[in-house]
Design a binder for this molecule. Structure first.
Ligand code: FAD
Length: 487
């Protein structure tokens, strides 16, 4: 920290101390850090003093104590798949990135407690597969599940494709183990479902994007595994029809609907053009496509006729133009691959300016229409995919800017700002939120203030000051320090 003046010891001494804590093979410096100082979309680039890979909670606590003593900024990092630059350090080169990938063990599984306990670096897909092997089900599912980690999922309060039935990550957390910025280890891992003994402190760390402490382990809810699953894709002309279908299916199938996903034509076209191995199950791409999954934990075959009857009623009411109900696991996986390839497709197609809006379901059609109208007026030639978790009220409105046309930094930033302002304006006018599942990171700090208002941001700053008075944990993410101090 010689440049910053925050500490008297040299960078070399700090690196030696980090090495003593994690071992020489678990500290990265120089170009070895490259993959971990850039985000998944290659949108944010930073520098770091080192990347430390602790192997257990004691090592994490020792790193945090070192950070506290020497004033070293800390950036927690999981799988580095976040979409808002929240795990990317700034360009000062002073931060220690703490990657949890070595802490990836399954610690316990209890069918009676309906609980699985894992270290925070456990990859989401590993957790899903482990639960399945035990005849249980962990429902969080998203496109990055092969590399994102449970700690990152919790720190971003990730959503994904089964929030409709099972809730977002916050709803799946029973307990947490957290290391505070001063190195204190908090063990809140109990799987109990009821507890009214004061503040539920673990909740503060869910969705905090690593600004309050490091999550090192979690006790998570698991469920009875679905024994019947019907996956289907429908084509239709309008979002209004999609909402009508949703209301009708929910009236008959209730909470058995676990996913209700939507994509517009542009989104399907982008995936087919820019990703490998995807197919669309109809001859022409429809204005809107719905991917629906209905599941039941009861054995038997009675779910399929119920879904068929419900869809037939929708067809008779001219709510859709075509439908496929998958006949095999492989066909269902192909539809899900198409859906999960959207981020990859948009990233490859150009500069993907994606939004993570949620508005009440009753305003979804207005949101889709108004954003398309206003964005199209401002950007007449750029592709505008729309996709998302319609059943959760969470549609991602995307504009894909051409890389060559927007090569100039200032021009690109101005365009992105204009797109964000349009989408935020529509979102807030409809009573929505600017981020439903991706978080705020460094990309949306300005927009958080507009979305949450001064009172909320000030309350968050006070909580941050109570736990991290030196502002060392993931500084520059979520919000800036108050300029007038905290009173
Ligand atoms: P990282 O990107 O490493 O970090 C994200 C944030 O969490 C940072 O602020 C970081 O500091 C903090 N953090 C990480 N680990 C810890 C820890 N142990 N303790 C404290 N803080 C920590 N998100 C959705 O919600 N729904 C989707 O449908 C979805 N689809 C995606 C599809 C693709 C193809 C991609 C690339 C991303 C998608 N995402 C989605 C975004 C991303 O996968 C999630 O935000 C995920 O939860 C991030 O996990 P991670 O381990 O990669 O975290």
């Amino acid at each position: 920290m010689t440049e910053s003046g925050t500490t008297n010891v040299t960078d070399q001494t700090i690196l030696q101390r980090v090495t003593q804590i994690v071992g020489p093979s678990n500290i990265l410096t120089g170009t070895d850090m490259d993959p971990f100082v850039t985000d998944w979309r290659d949108r944010y680039h930073g520098r770091a003093l080192c990347v430390a890979r602790p192997g257990n909670v004691q090592e994490v606590a020792a790193l945090m104590q070192l950070s506290a003593r020497e004033g070293i900024p800390v950036v927690p990092q999981g799988g580095n798949t976040g979409l808002c630059g929240a795990a990317t350090p700034d360009d000062s080169g002073q931060a220690m990135v703490i990657r949890l990938d070595r802490m990836n063990r399954i610690l316990a599984i209890s069918a009676l407690d309906s609980m699985i306990r894992v270290e925070a670096g456990c990859v989401l897909q590993t957790l899903q597969e482990t639960a399945r092997r035990h005849g249980l089900y962990f429902p969080l599912s998203l496109g990055a599940e092969g590399s994102c980690q449970i700690g990152g999922n919790i720190a971003t309060n990730a959503g994904g494709t089964s929030v409709l039935r099972y809730g977002a990550m916050r709803d799946l957390v029973l307990g947490l183990e957290v290391v505070l910025p001063d190195g204190t280890i908090c063990d809140w891992l109990s799987p109990m479902r009821k507890n009214t003994t004061g503040y539920d402190l673990k909740q503060l760390f869910i969705g905090a994007e690593g600004t309050l402490g490091l999550i090192t382990a979690a006790s998570l809810k698991v469920f009875a595994a679905p024994r019947q699953c019907v996956t289907c894709m429908l084509t239709l002309d309008t979002v209004e029809q999609a909402l009508d279908i949703f209301a009708r299916l929910r009236a008959t199938l209730g909470e058995r609907i676990s996913s209700f996903e939507i994509m517009n034509k542009t989104q399907v076209d982008v995936v087919l053009q820019y990703t490998q191995g995807n197919t669309y199950p109809f001859a022409t791409v429809a204005p809107w496509s719905l991917l629906i999954e209905v599941t039941d934990t009861l054995p038997g075959t009675d779910l399929l006729p119920c879904v068929e009857d419900a869809l037939a009623a929708c067809m008779e009411n001219d709510l859709m133009t075509d439908a496929v109900i998958t006949a095999s696991e492989a066909q269902a996986q192909a539809l899900w691959r198409l859906r999960h390839s959207v981020s990859e497709g948009n990233k490859t197609a150009g500069i993907s300016v994606a939004h993570d809006t949620a508005v009440p379901l009753s305003r979804q059609a207005d949101f889709a229409r108004l954003t398309q109208e206003r964005l199209r007026a401002a950007f007449p030639h750029d592709p505008m995919p729309m996709l998302g978790h319609l059943g959760d009220g969470n549609i991602h409105a995307v504009v894909i800017l051409n890389r060559e046309e927007y090569a100039d930094d200032d021009q690109r930033k101005a365009a992105i700002r204009q797109i964000n302002d349009i989408v935020d304006d529509v979102t807030l006018s409809l009573g929505g939120v600017i981020s439903a599942e991706h978080g705020v990171g460094q990309g949306n700090v300005r927009r958080l203030l507009a979305g949450r208002g001064e009172n909320d941001v000030r309350m968050m700053q006070k909580i941050k000051m109570a736990l991290d008075p030196d502002w060392r944990m993931n500084a520059g993410k979520l919000f800036a320090p108050p300029t007038d101090g905290i009173s």
